[in-house]
Design a protein around this ligand. Structure first.
Ligand code: CO
Ligand code: ZN
Length: 341
């Protein structure tokens, strides 16, 4: 697997609605392996690997990331923000960010040091400010920063122990990465559409229009789910564990995984000796939530990568799960012939 490319993927800018930079990176990578690649009106990148006319299957992974837009610049030139997507305010203090004006500049999400007295209250996004080090208005304006400029987390892909990696935006660049690794290897009787979707984090929006355009018989979203195998979490609340295989969605807030498709994938996993977990997540959804409701309905499910610290700058995955997800998808797509919708 191309870890170097994963490094580029997680770094690329792509706050919901501003996916151009990451879309360009994905498009040029897909062009190496797909029969065709196009970008639709909303910005979804759609790569097609042709089969022998058996039918259409859509794999979707979202390329957008959570982030911020500048909502206010105060008289001391501190920057206030509105969140784009589900931001956990607790993760923001002392976080390094990039403010995208005319060019990129670094900033810090401020916090008051413990030495200073402060009132104890629940932290809210309105309390968060970004310090870019500006001393006056000119310094801010010079950089082209204005209301609506986007702000992203700063951070690189870093290897932890063994096969574990941490970075910002594993959600869901790891899904896009899996799609591209699958595209490289897949041979399927079906036309397989590999879609890097936009605006998932603000309500599964890109998948809705790209799914409508493709109108597949079957769809599989590839996304992250919560690995809760960390201290103080009770065993029955772990949802998934790192390194124990990808997870097939039984149910989340957006979709009930198609039972026939799930059993098919479970059977392939069993035959190929690929570890597979079951995912029940009552908060959050995936692109499958949009796709399964398109037109007369699409047979859909989600394959998830267990991830620790989701929606933070240090999202953590195990590459063994990623490898297993790719193998499972490749084998499933090869043998879809035996799956009658
Ligand atoms: Co997310
Ligand atoms: Zn996601």
């Amino acid at each position: 697997m191309d870890i170097e490319f994963l490094g580029k993927l997680v770094k690329a800018v792509g706050v919901s609605g501003y996916e151009d930079e990451v879309a360009e990176l994905i498009k040029s990578e897909m062009e190496k392996y797909a029969d065709s690649v196009e970008v639709d009106t909303m910005g979804n990148v759609i790569g097609l690997k042709k089969g022998n006319g058996k039918g259409k299957i859509m794999l979707a992974a979202h390329m957008d990331e959570i982030g911020f837009v500048v909502s206010h610049i105060d008289k001391n030139w501190f920057i206030f923000v509105s969140p784009v997507g589900g931001i956990n305010v607790k993760t923001l203090i002392s976080t390094r960010v990039i403010v995208h004006g005319r060019s990129k500049c670094y900033g810090i999400m401020g916090s008051i040091p413990p030495h200073a007295k402060k009132e104890k209250k629940e932290l809210s996004i309105e309390d968060i400010f970004v310090d870019i080090g500006a001393k006056n208005k000119e310094e801010v304006l010079e950089k082209g920063i204005d209301i609506g400029s986007i702000i992203t987390y700063d951070g690189d892909l870093k290897k932890l122990s063994g096969k574990r990696y941490t970075s910002k935006t594993m959600d869901d660049r790891i899904g896009v990465f899996i799609l591209i690794e699958t595209l490289k290897r897949v041979k399927s009787p079906y036309d397989v559409y590999f879609v890097a979707t936009v605006q998932e984090e603000v309500g599964l929006r890109g998948a809705k229009v790209s799914g409508y355009k493709i109108s597949p018989e079957i769809a599989i979203a590839v996304d992250v789910t919560l690995a809760m195998d960390v201290p103080d979490v009770k065993e029955h609340k772990m949802i998934t564990e790192l390194g124990k295989g990808p997870a097939i969605t039984i149910m989340d807030r957006s979709v009930i995984g198609n039972r026939k498709l799930n059993s098919f994938i479970e059977k392939i996993a069993e035959e190929e000796k690929i570890p597979l977990q079951k995912n029940i997540l009552m908060r959050g959804g995936t692109d499958a939530g949009s796709i399964h409701l398109i037109k007369e309905g699409v047979v859909s499910t989600t394959l998830s990568i267990p991830t620790r610290f989701v929606h933070s700058t240090v999202e953590c995955v195990d590459m063994a799960d990623v490898e297993n997800a790719v193998t499972l998808l490749v084998k499933s797509l090869e043998r879809l012939d035996s799956f009658v919708v």
